[in-house]
Design a protein around this ligand. Structure first.
Ligand code: NDP
Length: 479
């Protein structure tokens, strides 16, 4: 069985512990690779390598660093099919989704920040007989930790700006989906990335992940994952006075008004609810519909959801593959039981469906739609992170806004209306870091990305990311 290797100091190497854990294909429940269980010794080796690489890497011209990122971007494109299959094998997502979204976006992340760093400028403030200018210097060795739902997509979203701005990186993918990060190590080697600039450590979050974020020489942590883990990282980081970027969970509201384009809205919300099996932090999970169109929306929405095909991720006609793990499937199922206890009525989700022989043990679940749940119940308040949405009714714009904002989370929202003034009004008042009007997951990599409240701290994307990974230093000259 193939053994995944850590990528440290420019080389693929086995963990010092010689211990491994299983990498499971969620669509078949079969083990297909072994994942290194890294420890403090691997970490120290990686930090030493990164610290040694930093003075040279940070002093390269932006053009030289951009060239490396562009090479990596190109190699991702050249290996698109292999990477997409690997991503599907690790996550259970449809291969076609990985081919059209995950892997192209990973390549775009590298290319985008290669360009962005060459356009990055800093401020200058002219005073009376004085001038201030601000230098932005890389921080040193930084940590990038990413989750399992969009593995290479989110891994590169952090690594690209960190490297572009001159830092050296210790990165950890999720132990549940490490394989494309391993392939990415090989791509970095092929691109000739200088040794020690990027180091990828595999293993368990509470072990090597915790060790990385606890290491005093790590100057900043860019983390995407659950709110509970984010809180723990914030607690560890506070006494170290280090920079933190936390992209955490969501419980994203969608507001559907009577004056929307109903068919477009239904299509948009089916996509927003169930793309990637509902395992995207941006997925809609609470859909609020204005009373006059509630029944019509419900009928059309449920009909489309019932038509979604769940099954073999390699089949291009499939809309949803397997959930990422047995443990996650059980968690999502437990929320469906809870929803029923809380008075929820299931509108679809329990229909029988066929799986081919090799997928019979896989972690598949049909998309579930519920209604009749109070806004404050756990099903409507806690992140499920799977193919489960609730439909809810509202009677006025004020009520819609108040229901949407009644949440500890504040990541993303969608508003469906043809009334431009209303869209702007709500867009301004809704408490989420990202608002999409009549669309979902329309991403422009230049925009600030992140959440309010328990959905995170700071913003990624464009200049925000380059600012995060650099320290401003102001210099004042009197003349
Ligand atoms: P986790 O918080 O469990 O894990 C995220 C990453 O952190 C993984 O690499 C994990 O490693 C690692 N980790 C776990 N424990 C620690 C620790 N104590 N110290 C350091 N690192 C640790 O989240 P999930 O992987 O379950 O991801 C799902 C969550 O991510 C959802 O809440 C989702 O909303 C959120 N998310 C947010 C996004 C956003 O942009 N706001 C985007 C995508 C997802 P390991 O897996 O090996 O345990």
């Amino acid at each position: 069985m193939e053994k995944i290797a850590n990528y440290i100091n420019g080389e693929l190497i086995a963990p010092k512990s010689s211990q491994y854990m299983d990498d499971v294909n969620p669509a078949t429940a079969e083990v297909f690779a072994q994942i290194p269980l890294s420890n403090d010794k691997d970490l120290q080796y990686a930090i030493d390598a990164a610290e040694k690489a930093f003075p040279v890497w940070s002093n390269l011209s932006v053009k030289e660093r951009a060239n490396y990122l562009n090479k990596i971007s190109k190699l991702i494109n050249e290996n698109l099919d292999e990477l997409a299959k690997a991503e599907s094998q690790d996550t259970g997502k449809p291969v076609q989704l990985a081919q059209t979204v995950d892997i192209p976006r990973a390549s775009a992340n590298m290319e985008f920040f290669a360009h962005a760093i060459t356009q990055f400028s800093s401020e200058s403030h002219a005073g009376i007989n004085s001038i201030n200018y601000t230098l932005r210097k890389p921080l040193g060795v930084v940590a990038c930790i990413s989750p399992w739902n969009l593995p290479l997509y989110l891994f590169t979203w952090k690594i690209a700006p960190a490297l572009a701005s001159g830092n050296c990186v210790i990165a950890k993918p999720s132990e549940i989906t490490p394989y494309t990060a391993y392939l990415f190590s090989k791509i970095c080697m092929e691109a000739g990335l200088p040794k020690g600039v990027l180091n990828i450590l595999h293993g368990k979050g509470p072990e090597i992940g915790n060790a990385i974020v606890s290491h005093k020489n790590i100057k900043a942590v860019s983390f995407t994952g659950g709110t509970a883990t984010g809180k723990r990282i914030a607690e560890i980081s506070a006494p170290l006075f280090r920079k933190l970027s936390l992209e955490l969970g969501g419980k994203n509201p969608a507001l559907v008004f009577t004056d929307c384009d109903l068919d477009k809205t239904v299509d948009g919300l089916v996509r927003a609810s169930f793309t990637n099996q509902g395992e995207i932090c941006l997925c809609a999970s609470r859909i609020y519909v204005e009373k006059p169109i509630y029944e019509e929306f419900k009928e059309k929405f449920v009909q489309k959801v019932r038509a979604l095909k769940v099954g073999n991720p390699a089949d291009p006609s499939v809309n949803m593959g397997a959930l990422v793990s047995a443990q996650h499937l059980n968690k999502v199922k437990s929320y469906i039981s809870l929803a029923k206890e809380e008075g929820g009525k299931l509108l679809c989700g329990e229909e029988a469906f066929e799986l081919i022989e090799e997928n019979k043990k896989g972690y598949f679940l049909r998309p579930h739609v519920l209604e009749n749940l109070p806004n404050t119940c756990r099903t409507n308040q806690e992140e499920i992170f799977g193919p489960v949405v609730s439909l809810n009714v509202f009677q006025s714009e004020e009520e819609a806004l108040s229901l949407a904002n009644e949440s500890e989370y504040g990541l993303a929202s969608t508003i469906w209306t043809n009334d431009l003034s209303k869209a702007h009004r709500i867009g301004e008042e809704i408490k989420t870091g990202i608002v999409w009007i009549n669309c979902w997951m329309n991403r422009d990599l230049r925009t600030p990305f992140g959440g309010m409240k328990n959905s995170g701290l700071g913003r990624e994307g464009g200049l925000e990311a380059l600012k995060f990974f650099t320290e401003p230093k102001n210099i004042c000259i009197e003349y």
